[in-house]
Design a protein around this ligand. Sequence first.
Ligand code: TXA
Ligand code: MG
Length: 308
Amino acid sequence: MLSRYVKLLERGELVAFPTETVYGLGADAWNPSAIQKVFEQKGRPADNPLIVHISNRTMVDSFAQTVPPAAEKLMTHFWPGPLTLIFDKKPEVLDILTGGLDTVAIRWPRHPLSQELIAQAGALVAPSANSSGKPSPTKPKHVKEDFGKKFPVIAAGETDIGLESTVLDVSSEPFRIYRPGAISAEQISKVAGKKVERASQPSANTEARSPGTKYTHYSPDATVQWLKDDLDSQETLYLLHTQYDNLKAENIVHYKGNFREMAHELFDRFRQADFHGFHTVLIEPFSAEQLQKPLVRALQNRISKAVS
Ligand code: TXA
Ligand code: MG
């Protein structure tokens, strides 16, 4: 079933495929012209590096120069899964892949189809399969919306988590999270046996070390804002999770504290807001207590980036 897609990849073409987080835009990690096509297809700035996707532990050694013992523990514990690790890169890793950085990001995704594809086609770079600046795709149709009806997509329904992987730099001490995801700093710290820093505030240093953090991601055409008090606009889509349970209308979505569901749907809701011509998306802010949860932190991060 995958052979057609494997052939495309071997020919240096692009193929979108499912992972447990979001759909990825795959290309042969050792083919510079295929990787060039990834940047062109997405309209992605050349200084924003890509994640290498692998399907077994051995493949790490073709890309990473050194693997610290604590990172080894993280791989054993969290892979396959939604955790991307940044290592010092081997000299032969292509510059176009790393945006000229001396580090390389690697992830072993959990989705069985991604694993099978990589096992057959070899290591793949795979950014989220959306046009730069659009919400990441969680359904095959999102990929087609951005790249056209004929674009090759291995369709496997909705992705499970719905938000991108946690990105953790293990190339220097202290280990540092550049992008929060389903796997939290606390979980990582416990397994690694050391302190893990969160780069939650934008800073020049973080932007230099992980250029993706400086770009506005995930924005629909509609304006996204945190809900304050005004619950009256006709052209507004509401995403609510805790208070306001008595409010009912077609344009009000209640999550009732189900943050897993909210993460799973967020990017699709953003796209729907544009499809239905909403002018504004208003989202109920999270409490300090809710922000202790890894997924709520990841939601806060993605929503903050979309709030303009
Ligand atoms: O869940 C995911 O990670 C999805 C699926 C498809 O695997 N992929 C994904 O890729 O979100 P992308 O390209 O949309 O986001 C990759 C992030 C960017 O913020 C990028 O700057 C950062 O990882 N990154 C990649 N390589 C890096 C490196 N060497 N150093 C620091 N940050 C890096
Ligand atoms: Mg992306």
